[in-house]
Design a protein around this ligand. Structure first.
Ligand code: NDP
Length: 441
């Protein structure tokens, strides 16, 4: 724990997992002897590189690119790329670490990685984004491959960016392989991949509610973010009869008491995916909604302070702190399902667990995205394409399976219903067993 003390997000993610797997280490001293935890927290490889590009004014810009290849015990490295000005090694190491356990939970053969750059796509033209993606891939390509490392999207990386990066990779390598997922449908992408993380998160919430003989019908839901995960979380909640009343971006949030219906969601998709505008514009189009700007100095987020049954944080890390968690509990929330990675602080998680909230940690609840990425890899390898019903049915079964695995592990280790312990333990054991089999490497 003395190493890299400034990497606060990474330490936070490790603290959470180590807290859970202590129970496993006590039962299995051979893991301690083989120093499995010490090996897991040290990335197998980190690649860091310069990304120079020329903006529309002809000025040279320089960004920093990364790939953290954390663990390949159960398969080729797999995990998204994030383009956001906040990107640094601590954030990417936390994301790569979480990814290792998440990928293990999906049952598919994928190791864990994460990467990206401190590039800010906001306000950039298509041509600037293209030139950036090409420069980024002109270095990263030598580390990738369908059997080596297969990145995907994350914050700031969607279909457009994946397309530009794939084009550059193909040119440099002179081969067409499935070395990126999240590709467009007409050149190797999988149906349901864009929907997968959000849909999967809602399926997970549905499974948790079933343990208390409830459904999502008529439940009031708070969703944060308005990007890929938030949009498809909202879509699936609406399909299952729930009522979504909030969405946000990094500047503020909207509260629509009447609920966001499928027509309004079409507008949100246009606004965020095509127009690349701000969520504020939702309240301009639908006057029944109110918009509130976030105050960066505030000690809590007003988004989490509305009467609701369920919360789906789907924007970014640490968006629910201790005070937000208290507000959610006081407002009657029964379900908190993490679509984003690590949106809840350690103190916030303790409050949810103390109050017996149905709390799904991101590495379980948002695993649907990487699961369908795994299915995209399988379809690419077989050179076939499944229809959307087939992929969605596989996604639903995988989410049900992950839910059951977490529940069983939480019971086996004496903390029934604690999905945090369940997810950490189930993921850890699978990777630890593979590392034991493969020796000290
Ligand atoms: P997008 O880029 O599509 O959307 C991100 C959303 O979150 C935007 O609304 C963005 O607002 C907001 N946001 C980003 N950074 C911040 C910040 N620092 N503070 C407040 N709001 C912020 O990303 P995704 O929807 O793909 O990702 C959302 C979360 O889900 C991330 O934690 C990601 O790691 C996780 N995730 C994503 C998966 C996927 O398949 N895409 C899979 C598993 C997890 P703005 O428009 O202002 O930038």
């Amino acid at each position: 724990s003395g190493r890299d003390p400034h990497e606060t997000e990474f330490h936070q993610a490790v603290t959470e997992v180590v807290g859970s797997v202590k129970l496993v280490l006590d039962k299995n001293p051979e893991y301690r002897h083989a120093r499995i935890v010490e090996r897991m927290v040290e990335p197998e490889r980190i690649i860091q590189f310069r990304v120079p590009w020329v903006d529309d004014q002809g000025r040279v810009q320089v960004n920093r690119g990364f790939r953290v290849e954390m663990n390949s015990a159960i398969g080729p490295y797999k995990g998204g790329l994030r383009f956001h000005p906040s990107v640094n090694l601590s954030i990417l190491k936390f994301l790569a670490f979480e990814q290792v356990f998440k990928n293990a939970l999906t049952t598919l053969p994928m190791g864990g990685a994460k990467g990206g750059a401190d590039f800010d796509p906001k306000g950039k033209s298509d041509n600037e984004v293209m030139r950036f993606c090409q420069s980024f891939m002109s270095e990263l390509f030598r580390h990738l491959g369908a059997d080596r490392d297969v990145p995907a999207g994350d914050i700031g990386v969607g279909g457009r960016e994946i397309g530009y990066m794939f084009g550059m990779y193909k040119k440099l390598k002179n081969e067409f392989t499935g070395m990126l997922t999240g590709k467009s449908l007409n050149w190797g992408g999988s149906l349901i991949r864009p929907e997968a993380t959000g849909y999967g998160s809602v399926y997970f919430a549905q499974e948790m509610l079933t343990t208390r003989h409830q459904t999502l019908k008529d439940k009031i839901c708070l969703v944060s973010g308005s990007g890929n995960v938030a949009q498809y979380t909202t879509e699936k909640i609406i399909q299952l009869g729930g009522n979504v009343v909030t969405l946000s971006d990094s500047t503020g949030y909207i509260y629509d008491e009447k609920g966001i219906d499928l027509d309004k969601l079409v507008y949100v998709k246009y606004l965020k995916n095509l127009k690349r505008g701000r969520i504020r514009e939702y309240a301009e189009k639908y006057p029944e909604a109110v918009y509130m700007e976030f105050d960066p100095a505030a000690d809590h987020s007003p988004l989490w302070n509305h009467r609701a049954d369920c919360a789906f944080p789907s924007a970014t890390q640490n968006e629910i702190n201790e005070l937000d968690a208290r507000n959610l509990v006081n407002n009657g929330v029964q379900v908190v399902c993490e679509g984003a990675n690590m949106p809840t602080t350690l103190e916030g998680i303790d409050i949810f667990l103390d109050h017996k909230i149905l709390f799904a940690p991101g590495k379980a609840a948002n695993a649907g995205g990487v699961a369908v990425s795994g299915l995209e890899m399988a379809q690419n390898a077989m050179r076939i394409k499944w229809n959307s019903q087939e992929v969605e049915e596989r996604l639903r079964k995988i989410m049900q399976h992950i839910h059951r695995e977490c529940l069983v592990a939480s019971e086996e280790y004496g903390t029934p219903g604690n999905y945090v312990n369940g997810a950490n333990i189930a993921g850890f054991v699978k990777v630890a067993e593979a590392m034991m089999d493969q020796g000290v490497v």
